[in-house]
Design a protein. Structure first.
Length: 165
C-alpha cells in the first residue's frame, strides 16, 4: 500500500516548445518526443528557475525484473508531505521542496552551508509495458521506492533470444 499520493493528470495540450519558431511550431518538439518515446525512462528536463536555492536533483536508481521496474530515489531530510509524485501522459514526475530550517540564533553567523535547499523536479518517460493503474510508492527513511509493474501482456512477451556464433 502506498503512503505517497499518486495523481494522474491528463491533458490535451501539447507541451510548449523551447524552439517554437524554428522549422515550424512543433517540428523540434515532435522530433524529440518521437525520438525519446522509443527509450524507456528518458529524463524530461524541466526549465530551471533563477533561485540560488535550487535543490540538487535527487539521485535515482532504476532496476528491472520480470514483473516490474523499480525506481528508488534518495530524498534525505524530507518528509512524506514534502514529496509529490504525478503521472501524466506516460510521464512520471517526482517533485518536492526541502525547506531551510534555521536552527541557529539570528545573531549567529553561518560559516559553511553545504546542504542544499529549495525545490526539485525529475520526470521520466515510462515504457509502454508499465501498467500505469498499478503503480505504487512507499517512502521510508529518506528513500522513495516506486514500483512500476509490467502489464501481464508485457510479461508474457518477454523471452531470451539465442545468439549464434
Amino acid at each position: 500500500m502506498s503512503n505517497i499520493n499518486l495523481t494522474n493528470r491528463s491533458t490535451d495540450k501539447k507541451p510548449s516548445g523551447q524552439f517554437p519558431h524554428l522549422f515550424g511550431q512543433h517540428f523540434l518538439d515532435d522530433f524529440v518526443q518521437n525520438f525519446s518515446s522509443h527509450f524507456p525512462f528518458v529524463r524530461e528536463t524541466p526549465a530551471k528557475g533563477d533561485s540560488k536555492l535550487d535543490f540538487v536533483d535527487p539521485k535515482v536508481d532504476i532496476t528491472e525484473n520480470k514483473k516490474a521496474y523499480t525506481l528508488t530515489a534518495e530524498l534525505p531530510g524530507l518528509d512524506n508531505d514534502d514529496i509529490t509524485l504525478d503521472l501524466s501522459d506516460g510521464i512520471l514526475t517526482l517533485s518536492g521542496q526541502k525547506n531551510y530550517e534555521n536552527e541557529a540564533d539570528k545573531d549567529d553567523n553561518i560559516h559553511i552551508m553545504e546542504r542544499s535547499y529549495g525545490s526539485f523536479q525529475r520526470s521520466f518517460s515510462l515504457p509502454v509495458s508499465v501498467d500505469q493503474d498499478a503503480i505504487k510508492a512507499e517512502f521510508k527513511k529518506g528513500l522513495l521506492q516506486v514500483t512500476l509493474p509490467k502489464s501481464v501482456k508485457a510479461q508474457e512477451l518477454q523471452r531470451k533470444i539465442e545468439i549464434s556464433g
